[in-house]
Design a protein around this ligand. Sequence first.
Ligand SMILES: [Fe+2]
Length: 326
Amino acid sequence: MKRRDFVRNTALTAIGASLITPLAAFAGDRVTHFESEDLTLLPAIKDDYALHFMALGDWGRNGEYDQVAVAKQMGFWGAAHANDFVVSVGDNFYPKGVVSEFDPLWHYSFENIYTAHSLQCDWYPVMGNHDYHSDVDAQIRYSKISRRWNLESLYYSKEITLNKGMGTGKALLVMIDTDPFLHEAKAAQVETQMKWLHETLGNASADVKWKIVIGHHPHYTVGPRINNSDTLTMRKALTKTFEDYKVDVYLTGHEHSLQHLKPEGVTHLFISGAGSELTPVTSGLPYSKFQASEHGFMYFSIDAKRLNVKAINYKGDVLYETELTK
Ligand SMILES: [Fe+2]
């Protein structure tokens, strides 16, 4: 949908059915055009990074558990700051995924929650364990229905040119599907996916400055799953690959909090799983740089030499900011 169509449709929807009759009478035969240029929007805060995206996880709860509060703040943030797309790090629909691309949960937990104009951008999701409880492929098929939901397959990658700010280069985003790793019966699928992951990371062009892997299950955490089998399984599966291919960032959800962890090695782990329900965190662990059990999301700003990450709560407070440099 073109931007101006969206604006017009949104405006007409906002008028509401109860007002249509009196407004129609008032308007007579005059035609009103709504153009995006006519609207006075908050000016986006300018910075000189090349790429910006928000990361949100563990959200689809029909608006409850403060899902709406986080969604509203993402909308405000996106209106006031540059933003290219939203990454969803999985557990998109509680409690058991969606049964089809026509499941009413698409409306109750997604379309009617993330309603801000600024969030009508591309969304790039990965799947969480809860998404697997029904028809996970329905989340691929919904990409044919939605303008903004973009899930071409259960794992996929995007190479993005960074041509603003400091230097030039590319960012490689590699979206992986982690739930099969936790089921022995899916070992063959995992092997195929790992072969693809190695090829994707190994074939990255020389001008890729940042390798960012995005999945649902973290390989470390300071939340309740600090030593559980999910975490230890992912650690065993991914650590060597991350080291061999010098993955800069692993971005996940699954733990319902905001975290920045730096275990031994090259890879920084960011967990952004605070889109609705919260779970507690433990502070003081040696590999932890930041943790907060607060509703919110993360905001990434990237150019060829800098990767800036902010953790933002539902009130718009920047709880934490860090910058990796090349
Ligand atoms: Fe999860």
